[in-house]
Design a protein around this ligand. Structure first.
Ligand code: PLP
Length: 448
């Protein structure tokens, strides 16, 4: 330990008194004591009492290659010693150039231009600002409304939070008003007796109706997560993405696919848009798994078509978007090593191989009387509790209760009202998947 290492009690006090945590509840932020994670290895974390827990949420859907990877730590150290920082103002750096090239190779179709950001929110913010910028450049400043979706989560910058369709009623933060939300796409929420195909038609019609009502000349972009992750791992019905993309194309509305969670292997591919859902969006945003969480980094990937249209506008306008840490060499070096490890260790293939087992085990939980729905794809899963008549999702404590009992048995979950979601590190083995679902099954019995 370094000299003067703070005592654990002091850390607890200092954290409580001086650390404003993300998403803290205002009325009791001086009372909340957060659990302090001290150490991690593979798919496990150890809490302050030294108890080993399976990290069900994989950090925050990001620790793809697992914790404690020395190779990535060494790549970070090596880059930090050689050149810890490079100004993006007028220059570039080798890791950023190489990573941009690698991402362009992985991304679908003509998505060949990469703008580096500090995380997912800033990647989304960049995508939305690019849509505004493009329409200003094209002389159509009225084409600014963003179509987004109920239950979508896109981040915490002003614009990314504005297009987020979650928990808007529980906060008094301001938002950009030029956003229109399409209703919930969750097939589990479809009216009784309606087929999933009809539900898909209805959800596609929601988009068409919104465009007809607002006017396509006023709509700049549609933003969608391939799977709405923080909204409760909502997998839209088959064909939804393809059909909504076609509609956007018809009206010259940019399609932004927010792959902050679904990118970098979560569904067994570098990106889910094309390989899983068969679409080539105009813009893809990514972050999280790009570095497996070892460094903060995001990227906004733009199509050649957007870049060509911007160039053709023909004035000397500047792409006035960037950060002190755009293309940070240490973060980019971490991403390059992460990609190298994922390729060498065949992580995408591993995800595709173990996913059927993961979903077979998940499906078994559907029979539990307390469970209303189970769903997911790749290494993403959700258990949703049946709600009693008149109970609101937001009032349910099921997720928290299930998480608490599972933590006692060695598994962390991410509670969301009447749901618990999980997205374990992608290196999880079949035996570890079994261990996870065994705990979940016992947990359900205990909260039932
Ligand atoms: N987009 C999606 C789909 C996300 O799930 C998240 C974070 O959970 C974000 C954007 C925001 O990313 P960040 O927290 O890195 O800013």
């Amino acid at each position: 330990a370094r000299p003067n290492t703070p005592a654990p009690e002091d850390l607890t006090t200092w954290d409580r008194d001086h650390h404003l945590h993300p998403w803290a509840a205002v009325d009791h932020w001086r009372e909340t004591e957060y659990e302090r994670i001290e150490q991690a290895e593979g798919i496990h974390v150890w809490n302050a009492e030294g108890r080993r827990l399976i990290d069900g949420p994989g950090g925050m859907w990001c620790v793809q290659i697992g914790y404690g990877n020395r190779e990535i730590a060494e790549a970070i150290a090596e880059q930090a010693v050689r050149m810890p920082y490079a100004s993006p103002w007028s220059g570039t750096n080798a890791p950023a150039a190489e990573l941009a090239h690698r991402i362009a190779e992985m991304a679908p179709g003509d998505l060949n231009t990469v703008h580096f950001t500090t995380g997912g929110s800033t990647a989304v913010d960049t995508a939305l600002r690019t849509a505004q910028f493009l329409n200003n450049q094209l002389g159509r400043p009225e084409k600014k409304i963003i179509l987004a979706r109920e239950k979508g989560y896109h981040g915490s910058t002003y614009l990314a939070a504005s297009v987020t369709g979650k928990e808007r009623f529980r906060t008094r933060f301001d938002r950009d008003a030029r956003v229109h939300f399409l209703p919930d796409v969750n097939p589990y929420r479809r009216p009784e007796g309606m087929s999933v195909e009809d539900w898909c038609d209805a959800k596609v019609a929601d988009l068409e109706n919104a465009i007809a009502e607002i006017g396509p000349e006023r709509i700049g972009a549609f933003i969608a997560e391939p799977i709405l992750c923080s909204g409760g791992v909502i997998v839209p019905p088959e064909g939804y993405h393809r059909r909504t993309l076609e509609i956007c194309r018809r009206h010259d509305i940019l399609y932004i696919s927010d792959e902050v969670v679904t990118g970098f292997g979560r569904l067994g591919h570098w990106f889910a848009s094309e390989e899983v859902f068969g679409i080539k969006p105009d813009i893809i945003t990514c972050a999280k798994g790009l570095t497996s969480g070892y460094q903060p980094l995001g990227a906004c990937i733009l199509s050649d078509e957007i870049m060509d249209r911007l160039a053709a506008a023909g004035d000397s306008s500047v792409f006035y978007n960037g950060y002190t840490y755009s293309g940070h060499p240490v973060a980019c070096a971490a991403a390059l090593k992460n990609i190298e490890i994922m390729e060498r260790d065949r992580i995408l293939e591993h995800v595709r191989e173990v996913s059927p087992h993961f979903h077979a085990r998940l499906a078994e939980l559907a029979d539990h009387p307390i469970v209303g729905d189970v769903r997911g794809m790749g290494l993403l899963g959700c258990v949703e509790a049946r709600l009693g008549a008149g109970t609101l999702e937001e009032d349910s404590r099921f997720g928290e209760e299930l998480d608490a009992v599972c933590e006692e048995m060695g598994l962390i979950l991410r509670p969301i009202f009447n749901m618990a979601v999980f997205s374990p590190p992608l290196i999880i083995s079949k035996a570890q998947i079994d261990e996870m679902f065994d705990i979940l099954a016992r947990g359900l019995d205990r909260v039932a």
